[in-house]
Design a protein around this ligand. Structure first.
Ligand SMILES: [Mn+2]
Length: 464
C-alpha cells in the first residue's frame, strides 16, 4: 500500500510510523522501518515495513489535504443521529440536551483517530472513570476495526488536572511528531479551580475533550476547552456519571456498549439512578478493586491499568471470578474488623459510630475506598441497630459521613458541614454531598481531630 506518514513516535528504541493509506478507506497502520521516512512524506509499505519514500513532504501536501477531507467525510458518515436511550427518562432527557455537544466532540475524536494524531486519555482511578475509559476504548476499537489507534491511557489519581499533570502530558506527547494537533481526553476528574494552570498549559498545544460530572466552580478555566461536557451545564447533575457520559459519546460511533458497564459507573459513583440497574454491581466491585489496589492485578504500577487490561479480565471468566471473590472476601474481612473497631456514642435513641479507617485498612492498599466502604458499613450497622445512627469514617485527610435511612430528617448534615467550614475556615479544603451521604476533606495543614470533635458535638446536638 501507499500512504502518508502522519505521525512518528520517536520516544521508543525503533521509531514507530503512523501511516494513513491513500487507497480505499484510509487505513491507519504502524510500520517499523529502518528507512528514515519523514513526517508528511508519501511512502510505500510492504510486509509491515516502509519499503521506500515516494515523494517528499512538499509534493505530498495536496495528497494529505485530500486525506484530511476524506477522513472528515468518513467521520461524519460514521456518526449516528443519536446515542440512543438507556431507559431512565431523566438521563435520556439530559443526553438529548447534550447531543449536539457530544456529536461535535465525537467528530473531533474520530477525525483525530483517522489521521493518526496522538491521543492521550486520562481517566479517574475509580469504577466510574475506568468504565468511561473502557467505553471509549471499546467504541474506538469497534470503529477502527483493523486500523490502529494512536492512543496512550493513563489512570489518574487525584481530583485536579494539575500543572504537573499538564507538564507530564506534554513530555509524553513531545515524543511524537504529528501533522495533526494531539488530543487530550479527560474523563471523570479535573473540574476544580486547582486545574486552571494545567488546563491553560494543555490548551496551548493540544485539543481537549473533557467529560466530567463534578459541580463547576466559578472561574473554572476548563470552560475554555471547546469540548468541555458536563451534565451540570445541561440541567442535570453528578448523578449522571462520567462513565455513562463517555459511553454516550462512544455510542455515537459504535454500537451500544455493555449496559452492565454503564450500570457499573452509576453504582460505582452512588448515582441515584443506580436503583434502575439490576446488573453491574459485581463489575463495579471488581473495577473498584483493580483501580485501587495495583498489587492484586500483578501489574507493576497503577500506570499499567488500562482498558486493555480490563478487557483481558472481562474475557477471562476464571480470572474475573477469582478477582471478584477476592474483592468480596476483602470487603467482608474489612467490615468485620471495622465493626470491632467502631467507637459508639449513645445519643438518646440513636447512635454515633466513629471509625478510624487507618486502623482497619491495610496500609499498602487503596481498597476498599473510604466512601464506598462507608456506605457498605452503614448498611451493615443499620441492619444490626434498628434505631440506626450516623457513621463518621475518617482516613488521612478524608471524613465520610453516612446516615441510616430516615435519619436525615433529624440531622441536617450539609448544614453541619457548612457550620464546620465557617468555624475552621482554611482548615477545611472541601465538603459537601447529599443529605444522607457526605464527605469532608480537611486541608493538609488542617486539624482533623478538631474538625471531628466539632462534627460529633454538632451531631449530638441535632440528635438531642
Ligand atoms: Mn465520577
Amino acid at each position: 500500500m501507499e500512504g502518508i506518514v502522519v505521525c512518528i513516535k520517536r520516544s521508543v528504541r525503533m521509531p514507530l510510523f503512523y501511516i494513513v493509506g491513500i487507497s480505499g478507506n484510509g487505513p491507519l497502520c504502524i510500520a517499523e522501518s529502518s528507512i528514515n521516512a519523514g513526517l508528511g512524506e508519501r511512502v510505500s509499505v510492504e510486509n509491515g515495513g516502509i519499503a521506500r519514500v515516494i515523494e517528499g513532504e512538499a509534493k505530498a501536501q495536496d495528497l494529505y489535504s485530500r486525506l484530511m477531507s476524506l477522513s472528515l467525510e468518513e467521520a461524519k458518515r460514521s456518526l449516528s443521529a443519536s446515542p440512543g436511550s438507556i431507559g431512565i427518562s431523566d438521563i435520556d432527557a439530559a443526553t438529548e440536551r447534550m447531543r449536539p455537544a457530544l456529536k461535535s466532540a465525537a467528530l473531533l475524536l474520530l477525525k483525530k483517530l483517522l489521521l493518526g494524531a496522538p491521543i492521550l486519555i486520562r481517566f479517574h482511578n475509580d469504577a466510574d472513570g475506568s468504565s468511561g475509559a473502557y467505553a471509549i476504548y471499546s467504541g474506538m476499537k469497534a470503529f477502527l476495526n483493523e486500523r490502529k489507534a494512536n492512543a496512550v491511557w493513563i489512570m489518574h489519581k487525584g481530583v485536579a488536572y494539575s500543572a504537573y499533570d499538564a507538564e507530564s502530558d506534554r513530555l509524553i506527547l513531545n515524543g511524537y511528531e504529528s501533522l495533526e494537533k494531539p488530543l487530550i481526553l479527560i474523563i471523570d476528574f479535573g473540574t476544580s479551580a486547582d486545574s486552571n494552570t494545567g488546563v491553560e498549559k494543555a490548551l496551548a498545544y493540544a485539543d481537549v475533550i473533557w467529560l466530567d460530572h463534578h459541580p463547576v466552580p466559578e472561574g473554572f478555566a476548563g470552560m475554555k476547552a471547546q469540548h468541555y461536557i458536563n451534565p451540570w451545564l445541561f440541567g442535570s447533575d453528578s448523578n449522571y456519571t462520567a462513565g455513562l457520559l463517555s459511553s454516550m459519546l462512544a455510542r455515537l460511533f459504535s454500537k451500544s456498549p455493555s449496559h452492565e458497564m454503564e450500570c457499573a459507573s452509576l453504582i460505582g459513583d452512588h448515582s441515584s439512578y443506580a436503583v434502575a440497574c439490576s446488573e453491574g454491581r459485581d463489575l463495579a466491585t471488581l473495577l473498584d478493586l483493580i483501580t485501587s489496589d495495583a498489587r492484586v492485578t500483578g501489574l507493576s504500577t497503577a500506570w499499567d491499568i488500562t482498558p486493555q487490561y480490563i478487557e483481558g479480565i472481562l474475557n477471562n471468566r476464571q480470572r474475573y471470578d477469582e478477582l471478584l471473590k477476592y474483592a468480596k472476601v476483602r470487603l467482608d474481612d474489612t467490615t468485620n474488623l471495622a465493626l470491632k473497631r467502631l467507637k459508639v456514642y449513645d445519643e438518646h435513641d440513636s447512635k454515633i459510630f466513629l471509625l478510624d479507617f487507618d486502623d482497619v485498612r491495610d496500609d499498602n492498599t487503596g481498597f476498599p475506598l473510604p466512601g464506598r466502604f462507608a456506605t457498605r458499613l452503614m448498611d451493615t450497622i443499620a441492619g444490626l441497630n434498628p434505631a440506626g445512627g450516623i457513621l463518621i469514617l475518617h482516613i488521612n485527610q478524608y471524613i465520610s459521613i453516612r446516615l441510616s435511612p430516615g435519619l436525615e430528617k433529624r440531622i441536617d448534615i450539609l448544614g453541619i458541614i457548612n457550620e464546620l467550614k465557617e468555624r475552621h475556615g482554611a482548615g477545611i479544603e472541601s465538603g459537601g454531598g447529599h443529605s444522607n451521604a457526605a464527605s469532608i476533606k480537611v486541608s493538609a495543614t488542617g486539624e482533623k481531630r478538631a474538625v471531628l470533635h466539632d462534627l460529633i458535638t454538632l451531631a449530638k446536638k441535632s440528635l438531642g
